[in-house]
Ligand binder design. Structure first.
Ligand code: PLP
Length: 394
């Protein structure tokens, strides 16, 4: 069978592949501690479950909904974001999608012509570049300065060309957990406006910031920046709803209509039960989000010093969002006699039974990503195993 050039150009998701490998080892009875997972380890809160069950029992989930989503959910998403950002969106500015992942995919399809360049700051979530390629676009990467994990307009300008059409920004960031400050975002936003770029802000982890950090979105900034910005968000991370696959886009009405056309001809509506679950999540008591946030915060505060104390592993800045750490392991890799981070990570999995994701998957070699979407006992045991692994190989 001959496959399309389009799919031959696409890399499999490294995080999903590693997670699958860890799970396969676990299925063989091996006690693998899996720190690759990009999802909360909590159950979806009960009142959200109940809303979906009720929608099913009341036959509200039996039929197609509008491709753009049920009106009450679109309206609730607009209201929720208006409260957060001081905006005045209506339901017409919102489209509900099959996860944030498909929101981003749909945007690539709707915005890009072949050859259009999309600027992606590194390190970056694995799917941005592949989705851009699937749309015929060209991902162009902006690298932070050595030792840094965030970019400034200077690095973006260095990667910009006249073909650059879109900038994708993700704060709090996967894989680093870094959060861009208001001033940093303002500088980037003003630069992007001056270049007349469309900015996609992926605020998926916006609810998960720690130790007093204030989350700022590009939608909180100047009118010109807001006008250039498309918001992507979803319910997976904040409400522990990864399996329900609820994402959304907020943008001008013209773009929402085009997205509706695209969705109507691809996935069709997100399953209706998930939409009612999301409606309960966003209109209900937000205490559950705060409770989960506090648990992540405690984990971060506990493991950050432990990770930093590992020989050859360093994380200069304590991150303040999402649930990932992205330490530099290059000194540990060479001290243990490995020639690449990938080999180091593979040996850690085989020998220490700790699953990590190599930084190369996110476009930054010499680092690993570990997720603290797992309980503290597992995290502490994994760090102890890493320490033993490093000292055994020296
Ligand atoms: N954006 C980022 C940065 C992510 O980490 C993820 C999930 O891992 C997504 C988007 C997509 O999330 P979902 O499709 O579950 O809404």
């Amino acid at each position: 069978m001959q496959f399309s050039q389009r799919i031959l150009n696409v890399q499999p998701s490294a995080t999903l592949a590693l997670s699958a490998k860890a799970k396969a080892m676990q299925a063989q009875g091996i006690d693998v501690l899996n720190l690759t997972v990009g999802e909360p380890d909590f159950n979806t809160p009960t009142h959200i479950h109940q809303a979906a069950i009720k929608a099913i029992a009341d036959n509200q989930a039996d039929s197609y909904t509008a491709a753009t989503g049920i009106f009450p959910l679109r309206e609730a998403v607009a209201n929720f974001n208006n409260q957060q950002h001081g905006t005045n969106f209506t339901a017409k500015n919102v489209v509900v999608t099959v996860g944030g992942k498909f929101a981003l995919y749909a945007l690539s399809q709707v915005l890009l012509n072949p050859g259009d360049e999309v600027l992606i700051p590194l390190p970056a979530w694995v799917s941005y570049s592949e989705q851009v390629k699937l749309a015929g676009g060209v991902p162009v990467f902006a690298k932070p300065q050595a030792g840094q994990l965030k970019v400034t307009p200077a690095e973006l300008a260095a990667a910009w060309t006249p073909k650059t059409k879109v900038l994708i920004l993700n704060s709090p960031n996967n894989p680093t957990g870094e959060v861009y400050s208001k001033d940093e975002l303002l500088a980037i936003g003003e630069w992007a406006v001056a270049k007349d770029l469309t900015i996609i802000t992926d605020d998926m982890y916006g609810a998960l910031v720690y130790n007093g950090t204030q989350f700022t979105s590009l939608l909180d900034l100047t009118p010109a920046i807001k006008e250039h910005t498309i918001l992507v968000n979803g319910f997976s991370k904040a409400y522990a709803m990864t399996g329900w696959r609820v994402g959304y886009v907020i943008a001008n009405e013209a773009l929402i209509q085009r997205l509706g056309n695209f969705i109507g001809n691809t996935t069709g509506n997100l399953n209706a039960a998930s939409q009612y679950a999301a409606l309960a999540a966003i209109t209900g008591d937000q205490t559950c989000v705060e409770e989960m946030r506090q648990v992540y915060e405690e984990r971060l505060n506990t493991i950050f010093p432990l990770i930093n104390a590992l020989p050859g592993i360093s994380l200069v800045n304590k991150p303040s969002g999402a649930f990932y750490l992205f330490p530099d392991v290059s000194a540990a890799v060479s001290a243990t006699g490995f020639t690449s981070t990938d080999d180091f990570v593979a040996a850690v999995l085989q020998e220490a039974h700790v699953a990590l994701v190599p930084g190369k998957a996110f476009g930054m070699d010499g680092h690993v990503r570990l997720s603290y979407g797992t309980d503290l006992t597992t995290l502490k045991t994994a760090i102890q195993r890493l320490q033993n692994f490093i000292s055994d190989h020296q």
